[in-house]
Ligand binder design. Structure first.
Ligand SMILES: N[C@@H](CCC(=O)N[C@@H](CS)C(=O)NCC(=O)O)C(=O)O
Length: 206
């Protein structure tokens, strides 16, 4: 059976677990990272030399990098809807997967770490505010996109919604002033109706 190493409060682990749920792939998830340790052991480093989560093992094949894992699982399942093979439709999904990993998540991460993972007395309000402003600008791009398409990469739900949805989940659950983005909020509410988000987007941030 597919093995997924990683604590479920990690955004990158959530992406992989949600993808596996959408694909109907049975899996065993093993807690690893932060309070669970594991990632520093020689055994884990042999699987993932970065010492990060998630990592998967599938029939002896080991893979790390959450978006690569989602693409692998969707391709293995032949999930044309989640990860289309037509050149431009696939490129649209890839574009938003890359945007989530390289732009949106790094943009909002200082606010998440400041507010959720840092004791109040040790917070850097300027860094949190800078991340807030940066994220609002990035989300205006997503809002514009969702005002003309039902899902992130077009009219169908894809891997792009999973990746971007996990980052937006963090953002919408932080206690800070936020610009109202009605298309993002409606899309996020629709995502939360999906069975695959149970135990992924339903847990409080930690
Ligand atoms: N680019 C990697 C990033 C992996 C990453 O940064 N994982 C974080 C959790 S989101 C981690 O392992 N943190 C250390 C830990 O949990 O011990 C991916 O997408 O898989």
């Amino acid at each position: 059976m597919l093995k997924i190493w990683g604590r479920i409060n990690s955004t990158n682990v959530k992406k992989v677990v949600w993808a596996a749920e959408e694909l109907g792939m049975p899996f065993e998830r093993i807690d690893a990272g932060r309070q669970f340790g594991v990632v520093g052991t020689p055994e884990y480093r042999a699987l993932n030399p970065n010492g990060l989560v998630p990592t998967i093992e599938d029939d002896g094949f080991v893979l790390w990098e959450s978006n690569a894992i989602m693409r692998y699982l969707a391709s293995k399942a032949g999930a044309e809807s989640l990860y289309p093979s037509a050149l431009q439709a696939r490129a649209e999904v890839e574009r938003w997967l890359d945007w989530q990993a390289t732009t949106l998540q790094p943009g909002l991460s200082p606010a998440f770490h400041g507010l959720i993972r840092t004791p109040a007395a040790e917070r850097n309000p300027a860094a949190i505010e800078a991340a807030r402003q940066k994220t609002e600008t990035l989300l205006s791009i997503l809002e514009a996109r969702l005002s003309v398409s039902r899902f992130v990469a077009g009219e169908a739900f894809t891997l792009a919604d999973i990746a971007v949805g996990c980052s937006v989940h963090l953002w919408l659950n932080l206690e800070l002033p936020r610009v109202a983005y009605p298309h993002i909020e409606a899309w996020y509410a629709a995502l939360r109706q999906r069975a695959g988000t149970a135990g992924v987007l339903t847990l409080p941030l930690s």
